[in-house]
Design a protein around this ligand. Structure first.
Ligand SMILES: Nc1ncnc2c1ncn2[C@@H]1O[C@H](COP(=O)(O)OP(=O)(O)OP(=O)(O)O)[C@@H](O)[C@H]1O
Ligand SMILES: [Mg+2]
Length: 461
């Protein structure tokens, strides 16, 4: 259900203001009045309204002047102008200057109400149109989450299942693993896809501003609060709010957030009444929240409230089979963006990428590909174009074996599995060639694939 529109009536005649105000209030509108253009302008800069019902001829600043001062077509509020009967030139001029409609004076009540509802309808359509356009733009991002690894496929299945519910989802993963990308995808797969997706990085906003950013404030709540402000919760009403870096939320706001989640009501800073909101919360963190709970920096009750559904994005080093796909994806993306024609990557360079540990995950890979494309003279990326960090990464060694593990059997098995995966990566899943590289028989390889539950098809490109 949408809230009542707020309307500002501007007329120098007291009786007109009075009659219109009672008429509109009876219809359920929230009404304010102003005695002339200047008065209206002061009121509008303090607090925006949805619609301005405005007399044209007034002493001092007139209606047309006010409309222009408020930005004409770009004005935040829609304008309906009022002037003496038969002044068709004035009507035309008003519409040209950006007014939404025009009413003759003396006006009929029914006509004023009709014009207002037409303009409201149009505003609603315009808002929907804006959201639809945003949705279309975002839709294309979903198809682009790349992940062929079994762990990613399992994650997609989970997302598919949970997207439609309103329950809170906590997304965890190292830096650059695609937490925000996934949050958008969940929104796009939910019934709220045509409503707003609002994101906030809780770690990037100074603590003293965060509360009013989230919940809004009323004019005068604090020194800089010169006008009412809607918070992000209100902006996301009906849609999804993505709380990024939730682990950075200060403790006092954790308490307030928990209350909002439980009561589905927000209270603006400085306000004494609550407003109900319908918002789906997605939260992300790279921190280990249970650990933060133990240390006392994150509230346990909030953690449980957020952790209703948990999605963990695996780090890139645990899914090397996705690297070739991601490289291909970013290559074509870069070629389109930069108007370049880099067609591929040399096998030796790909090998380095697959073996690298990717502390910055997909974002690091994305940046590396872009850099290589820019530096590339030929049509293929060579090892020279990779960053030193990647080129100088130490070869896998005993250092990777968990400390304290002395079992030869376990260690050999781990290394064996790793070598098989690499051979498959290198040959694009070709078993015959992989067996050759590994210097074992084809049959032995098939046996070992089964033993380690490795799916060779996952490596085919
Ligand atoms: N699986 C994927 N497929 C395609 N692109 C991806 C994938 N994962 C991440 N990306 C891209 O990598 C970049 C980083 O992703 P995103 O910002 O979502 O990560 P993040 O986990 O929120 O990172 P941070 O913790 O640093 O905020 C983005 O450009 C995103 O499009
Ligand atoms: Mg992020």
């Amino acid at each position: 259900m949408s809230r009542a529109s707020r309307i500002l009536i501007v007329d120098d005649e007291e009786s007109v203001r009075h009659q219109l105000a009672s008429l509109l209030q009876l219809e359920g509108y929230e009404v304010e009045t102003a005695v002339d253009g200047q008065d209206a302008r002061d009121k509008l800069t303090k607090d925006a309204v949805d619609l301005v019902l405005c007399d044209v001829r007034m002493p001092g600043m007139g209606g047309m002047e006010l409309l222009k001062a408020m930005g004409g077509l770009e004005a935040e509020s829609a304008f309906i102008m009022m002037s003496a009967y038969g002044d068709i030139d004035m009507a035309r001029e008003a519409v040209r200057a950006g007014a939404s409609d025009y009413v003759n004076k003396p006006y009929k009540n029914d006509e004023v109400l009709l014009r207002i509802s037409i303009v409201e309808q149009r505003q609603k359509l315009r808002r929907e149109n804006k959201q639809l356009k945003q949705a279309i733009r975002e839709q294309s991002t979903f198809e682009k989450i790349i992940g062929r690894a079994a762990s990613m496929q399992a994650m997609f299945r989970t997302v598919e299942k949970i997207a439609e519910f309103k329950s809170t989802v906590l997304i965890t993963g190292e830096s650059g693993t695609g937490k925000e990308l996934l949050a958008r995808a969940i929104h796009m797969r939910s019934p709220r896809r045509n409503e707003a997706f609002v994101a906030i990085n809780c770690g990037a906003i100074p603590e003293n501003l965060l509360e009013s950013e989230l919940f809004g404030h009323v004019r005068g709540a604090f020194t800089d609060a010169v006008r009412n402000k809607e918070g992000l919760f209100a902006e996301a009403d009906g849609g999804t709010l993505f709380l990024d870096e939730i682990g950075e939320l200060p403790l006092n706001l954790q308490v307030k957030l928990l209350r909002v989640l439980q009561e589905e009501e927000i209270r603006r800073v400085g306000d004494n009444k609550s407003i109900s909101v319908d918002v789906r919360i997605l939260a992300a963190t790279l921190k280990d929240l249970p650990e933060e709970v133990k240390r006392g920096t994150f509230r346990e009750d909030l953690f449980y409230r957020l952790n209703v559904l948990l999605v963990k994005i695996p780090p890139l080093r645990d899914r090397p089979e996705d690297i070739p796909l991601l490289v291909e994806h970013f290559l074509s993306h870069c070629n389109a963006k930069l108007d370049t024609r880099v067609s591929g990557i040399e096998p030796a360079a790909m090998k380095m990428l697959v073996e690298y540990a990717w502390p910055g995950n997909v974002r690091e890979l994305e940046n590396l590909v872009e850099r290589a494309v820019i530096l590339c003279d030929g049509d293929r990326i060579t090892t020279e174009l990779l960053t030193d960090r990647v080129r100088q990464a130490p070869p896998p060694s005993l250092a990777q074996i968990p400390e304290g593990q002395l079992s030869i059997k376990k260690t050999v098995r781990a290394l064996e599995e790793e070598l098989i995966r690499r051979a498959l990566g290198e040959t694009g899943g070709n078993r015959t060639r992989a067996a050759k590289l590994l210097e074992i028989s084809h049959r032995t390889l098939l046996y070992k694939l089964k033993d380690y539950s490795i799916d060779a098809n996952r490596y085919s490109t």
